[in-house]
Design a protein around this ligand. Sequence first.
Ligand SMILES: Cc1ncc(COP(=O)(O)O)c(C=O)c1O
Length: 392
Amino acid sequence: MEFSEHLKHIEQSKTFKFFALLKEKADLGIDVVSLITGELDEPTPSNIANAGIDAIKSGKTKYTVNNGILELRQAICDSLKDNLDIEYIPEQILVSNGGKHALFNCLYSLCGHNDEVIIISPYYASYPDMIKLTGATPIIVDTLQNNFVPNRQLLESAITKRTKAIIINSPCNPTGVVYSESTMREITDIVKQHSLWLFSDEIYDKILYPPHTHHSPLSVDSEISNRTVLLNSFSKTYAMTGWRIGYAAGPKELIEKAALVQSQTTSNASSISQYAALEALQSDDSFIETVVPNLLAKRDKAIKILSQLDKIKMETPNGAFYLFIHISNYFNSEISDSTKMALYLLNNHNVGVVPGSAFGADDYIRLSFAPSMDKIEVGVQRIVGGLQKLQS
Ligand SMILES: Cc1ncc(COP(=O)(O)O)c(C=O)c1O
């Protein structure tokens, strides 16, 4: 069959692919442990879930305005002011079906053929394909030799006349790196100097391990506000991945165009999720503040179990909930890349991880330490057993 040119270079998400493979095994009754998906183990807090239920019961189940109900967009402005000390008005906010959708609407409004968009590798797996869907070309800045952090030299070497934008993600999925204020300043300087757009994906802004703090490029340098789009979501901070709700905040003209894309494709995000999100923003941060110490304990447990392996390398993540592990010292003639390694761990040791190639780094695998402590203990021990077998 002849499919559209748009899809010519688009690949299936490896996270979803491995999750489907794992599910097939689980459905056969096999005891498999998934360290694949990036979502909290906790249910959505009950006050937020109840706000969704109340919305259904009170008939708030119709179309809303396309860009999101005014109360929610105002609450987003208030939270951006409280958290980052940045002023927005509701016309600068677009509520979409998740942070991913918000990013796509904005990218699609800004980029097309002849444009290049810089992404920092290791990157969130969807960025390259999203950029390709707009017709633009992803340009990869590799930070493997620089502890996963970009710098002026690396970024400038990738800039051409066609460069339209840079996408950054701190705290980062998959590396857990949190950019320092000085790294952010280097980025904002480059954005200004070359008149670029900046997309700042801040979806893990509340998942940080002490003493690390979040630096938004906008709080570092407010002068870039007319060329920056901040992206955030309710998925990670409020355990709401299935509710599909997130937002973009940016210059009014761009947000209007992104809203146009949304209006002709999906229309408004679910009305029920919008009311639940409003409740999330109106409550305090106590949910995520209790989750972070649990994540920290799981991170440290996973690192301790992995320390039995002397041929892996990994940085301790300072934010988000992933371990990005250099495993190529365990490659052999049959298991010679990260996809084969992830398949081996799934098929022979019943533990699901994501191959590093999904994030632009084929010598690595990613595991999520968001699942329960029990699953972390069993799953990570299975990874250790699997890798030790390859060594012997
Ligand atoms: C860096 C990053 N951006 C965006 C997303 C998408 O999140 P959402 O569920 O809000 O679409 C994810 C999800 O894993 C992510 O890790």
